[in-house]
Design a protein around this ligand. Structure first.
Ligand SMILES: [Zn+2]
Length: 163
């Protein structure tokens, strides 16, 4: 298996191409970009739009991944804005490795939420090396994501019998 595919498998990212790995400030920084099928997607609704501009021009963004051997790991990519015909508005493009507006990858958020269910918030924030208030934000996002994909928990319910 090619090295970049091994990295992609470890990161558990989809629709993502690994471009380059580097060590910067004792962290592993992985330059990535979405696959062609995932480009120009609206960050809010996910529909395909058209390139609008580079937005604030702050350069590439970093998203935190789970640590590797004690080193922080980040994905790096320069986002841009798209005009979305569905929303009829300009939004930041969607990237496949994070929820819209998050600074943490899906896997990082799943791991953080799992720890938050096993231990208190202070221990979780300390272990994951994130701010205490981020634990709530992340757990809330994961809960909403599960709820939106799992559907109504009462779907298929036929009867409730009262005794
Ligand atoms: Zn949209």
């Amino acid at each position: 298996m090619p090295f970049k595919n091994i990295v992609k498998a470890l990161l558990e990212v989809k629709h993502t191409v690994i471009d380059k790995l580097s060590i910067e400030d004792n962290s592993l920084v992985i330059d990535v970009h979405p696959t062609e099928s995932f480009r120009h997607r609206c960050g809010l609704c996910g529909h395909r739009g058209t390139f609008y501009d580079y937005g604030n021009g702050k350069g590439p963004r970093l998203w935190r991944c789970t640590d590797f051997e004690g080193h922080k790991v980040f994905l790096r990519y320069s986002t841009y804005r798209v005009y979305c015909p569905h929303c009829k508005a300009v939004h930041t493009c969607k990237v496949p490795w994070v929820a819209h507006g998050s600074r943490f990858t899906h896997k990082f958020e799943e791991v953080t939420t799992w720890f938050a269910l096993q231990m208190n918030k202070s221990a979780t924030s300390s272990y994951m090396r994130i701010a205490w208030r981020r634990v709530d934000e992340i757990a809330s996002r994961v809960k909403d994501s599960i709820a939106s994909t799992a559907g109504d928990p009462l779907d298929g319910l036929v009867n409730i019998v009262m005794k």
